[in-house]
Ligand binder design. Structure first.
Ligand code: ADP
Ligand code: MG
Length: 290
């Protein structure tokens, strides 16, 4: 039988905007020792805007945006939407692309007018080119995500996407620690410097950046060997990690369907403070039940 405190906790959680799959998930949530958080769309608003287009010599921003948008129009990633908005602002006409494929947590590739265009993380083994390093040095990259545009293997442009940390994220992290969560770790596919900065601003305990979806799974598994692990994410790249965590929590309102389907609990509106509400409710239910 499910203790009354647990069923009560589940309905309190659902009134607070977080739907928990079953009593077992609520009980595990009340025992959380380590919380792993995705960055983009989870602790940030997930509405990035492209603020700069930095190009290789001889390349125009319009050309770079045209190529990037041709590929990104087929992607559901929040950065893809930002690229399309930037292209439209620049008055760029978006052509179609062929053979487009997306690798979650890495980026998208396709053929545009006979060229292979790759949009996303810097390709493995590639060095940051001189024309881009100047921008990096000037320190304009604080909190910026870099979307690299590669054409036939050549780095052609870097689009800088800026997202905002959710206004109530700092307070939410404090409440989570106060509710007894021992460690909160930022687990993200984004770059090291941006991610470290975000983790510092939020007072998090640790950060693992440039994590592929597979890295996210192994981190969840490793943490699970000595504690109860909760993973929170919104993206298709988070779905496998949500599935292996003791409790996977998806941000459901704008997140991917894959994330919601893999999760044990869903935050139904676009609010991170629900996480602290749920954690407090789960702790209380556990104390009452035992
Ligand atoms: P996070 O783990 O922070 O939510 P993702 O795993 O979704 O981030 O993405 C990690 C990185 O991969 C992004 O910072 C970006 O550089 C790149 N990326 C993934 N998909 C795309 C895409 N469709 N367009 C541009 N960049 C992408
Ligand atoms: Mg995300």
């Amino acid at each position: 039988a499910v203790p009354i405190a647990v069923t009560g906790g589940m309905s309190r959680a659902s009134r607070a905007g977080i739907v928990v799959r079953d009593g077992a998930a609520l009980e595990l949530l009340g025992r959380t020792t380590t919380l792993l958080l995705d960055k983009t769309g989870t602790v940030t608003e997930g509405r990035p805007e492209i603020t700069d287009v930095v190009c290789a010599p001889g390349v125009t921003p319009e050309h770079a945006l045209r190529l990037a948008a041709a590929v990104e129009q087929y992607s559901l990633h929040v950065l893809a939407a930002a690229v399309l908005r930037a292209a439209s602002r620049a008055g760029v006409e978006v052509h179609s692309a062929e053979d487009v494929s997306e690798s979650p947590g890495r980026g998208a590739t396709g053929r545009v007018g006979g060229e292979t265009v790759q949009v996303g993380r810097i390709p493995a083994g590639a060095e940051v080119p001189e024309w881009a390093s100047a921008v990096l040095r000037r320190g304009r990259l604080d909190l910026a995500t870099v979307i690299w545009v590669t054409v036939d293997g050549e780095l052609t442009a870097a689009l800088l996407g800026r997202d905002r940390i959710r206004p109530d994220a700092v307070r939410t992290m404090r409440r989570l620690h106060a509710a007894g969560v021992r460690r909160v770790v930022l687990l993200t596919g984004d770059r090291v410097d941006t991610s470290t900065e975000v983790a510092a601003m939020l007072g998090l305990d640790e950060v693992q950046a440039e994590a592929t979806p597979e890295d996210k799974i192994s981190r969840v598994r490793r943490e699970g060997e000595h504690g109860t692990v909760v993973m929170v994410g919104d993206g298709i790249n988070d779905a496998p990690a949500l599935a292996v965590a003791d409790v996977g929590i998806a941000l459901g309102s704008r997140g991917s369907t894959a994330a919601v389907q893999s999760a044990d609990a869903v935050i139904v509106d676009d609010r991170i403070d629900r996480l602290a509400d749920a954690m407090e409710i789960a702790r209380r239910a556990r104390r009452v039940a035992s």
